[in-house]
Design a protein around this ligand. Structure first.
Ligand SMILES: C[S@@+](CC[C@H](N)C(=O)[O-])C[C@H]1O[C@@H](n2cnc3c(N)ncnc32)[C@H](O)[C@@H]1O
Length: 401
């Protein structure tokens, strides 16, 4: 287990991931394909950015005219307020500007705005960005940035990892359109899942199967796990993170139904050995639902509740399915758990007790039996259960019969 200080240090570093231009372009293109006028006449706010070199600012400034934007606003967080500021130096762009201020450069945030042709070349683009120091440090929670939020139509950014819940609440309370990046783990947060369940937020179009690669301002240090620091190209460190885009802007993938086989065909022909050749799908021990371990194994003709992996959200069409809840964390009022395991105890695959009570598996999706690979739970009557990964509960929207 990492200690608190290690966790804080990791979070501080994770707050300084920068998004690649190609990832922004790919995601934003999906919204434009669905609605070419999605940004027309709109004010876009890019908070929690570093406008001098942020790819968000660069991308939207370059596309200002073709998207028909009304105004672009981008704000940054003061260096002194950041948890992780290793290697910070003001850019030549700032130091060579008459506005440069030795104190404000670290104490204040900055604001960049783009709304008209400043240079007189009859184009509105990156060259027309105007900037000044903010009065405060650019914290998205400050009144200064809240005011900018309230005047904008769409909020787009990769917010600080450690403040994701707060950031999302900040966007939602103002009832704004948004496209933001967050960890896949955030899906299960009790502040996040209800938005997904109620179709107030969904995942973007970038595939769930691939982690995003972000640019890190740090140099690789030897204490980092090789799986986290993935590669260095031309001196730039790219870090892999299990992140996805979250949005309430519509895109076409949401309206494409998943092609599915019937339950009988899955049991006969599924490419998954866990399904093929079985007599039936497993039923949970503690939920009135069947276990569907793969999204492409969802039976087309089952009318009851199904537990599916989180990556289902990547394929979710609200016309095809209804989301009913999420195992764990009390997000499943519509599919209540029917059993508790407080009188069970946990056992390692080698048969040794771990010392933990079965209460820790309450609300997990549990199946009867033991696969011999993972810890399991047993009661004094010898009844054995084992939990599978976190599941989302869904049901076909239309009766399949
Ligand atoms: C994950 S980085 C992303 C930066 C940029 N949006 C991008 O994607 O390239 C998040 C940024 O938010 C900044 N930040 C951290 N806490 C903040 C806060 N309370 N208010 C505003 N920005 C904050 C961090 O310093 C960091 O620069």
């Amino acid at each position: 287990m990492p200690n608190i200080n290690q966790t804080n240090a990791k979070n501080a570093k994770n707050d300084e991931f920068y998004t690649q231009y190609a990832d922004i372009e790919k995601e934003i293109n999906a919204y434009l394909e669905f609605n070419p006028n999605v940004f027309r006449g709109k004010t876009i706010l890019l908070p929690c950015d570093d406008p001098e070199w942020s790819n968000f600012t660069k991308y939207f400034a370059q596309k200002f005219e073709s998207f028909g934007l009304k105004k672009l606003i981008s704000t940054s967080f003061a260096v002194d307020s950041k948890n992780y500021k290793k290697g910070y130096k003001p850019t030549a762009f700032e130091t060579s500007n008459p506005q440069f201020d030795k104190t404000k450069t670290t104490k204040n945030g900055k604001i960049f705005t783009l709304s008209h042709d400043k240079t007189g070349d009859h184009k509105v683009n990156v060259d027309d960005l105007e900037w000044h120091y903010l009065t405060g440090d650019g914290d998205f929670r400050s009144d200064e940035i809240k005011k900018l939020r309230d005047e904008s139509d769409i909020i787009i950014t990769n917010p600080p990892f450690s403040l994701f819940r707060e950031f999302l609440a900040w966007v939602v309370e103002a009832d704004k359109k948004f496209v933001i990046i967050g960890s896949k783990n955030a899906i299960a947060y009790k502040e996040v899942f209800p938005l997904i369940e109620n179709n107030k937020m969904w995942v973007g179009t970038t595939s769930f199967n691939k982690d995003l690669l972000f640019i890190s301002p740090e140099e690789i240090d030897s204490s980092q796990k090789p799986s986290t620091a993935t590669r260095t190209v031309d001196g730039i460190v790219y870090l892999r993170s299990p992140s996805v885009w979250f949005t309430n802007l519509d895109h076409g993938r949401r309206h494409q139904p998943l092609p599915l086989m019937t339950m009988a065909d899955n049991l006969k022909y599924s490419k998954h050995k866990e399904i093929k050749g079985k007599k039936s799908y497993d039923k949970y021990d503690n939920y009135d639902a069947i276990e569907v371990p793969f999204t492409d194994a969802i039976p087309s003709d089952y009318d009851g509740v199904m537990g599916v992996p989180i990556s289902f959200l990547d394929k979710y069409s609200p016309e095809q399915f209804e989301i009913l809840g999420n195992t764990q964390r009390g997000c499943h009022d519509k599919v209540p758990d029917t059993k508790k395991y407080d009188d069970y105890w946990e056992v390692k695959p080698n048969g040794k007790k771990t010392g933990s009570s079965g209460g820790k598996t309450n609300e997990n999706p549990n199946l009867r039996g033991n696969d011999g690979k993972k810890n399991y739970f047993v009661n004094k009557k010898g009844r054995v259960i084992q939990s599978v990964y976190q599941r989302i509960f869904i049901r076909h929207r239309k009766s399949t019969k």
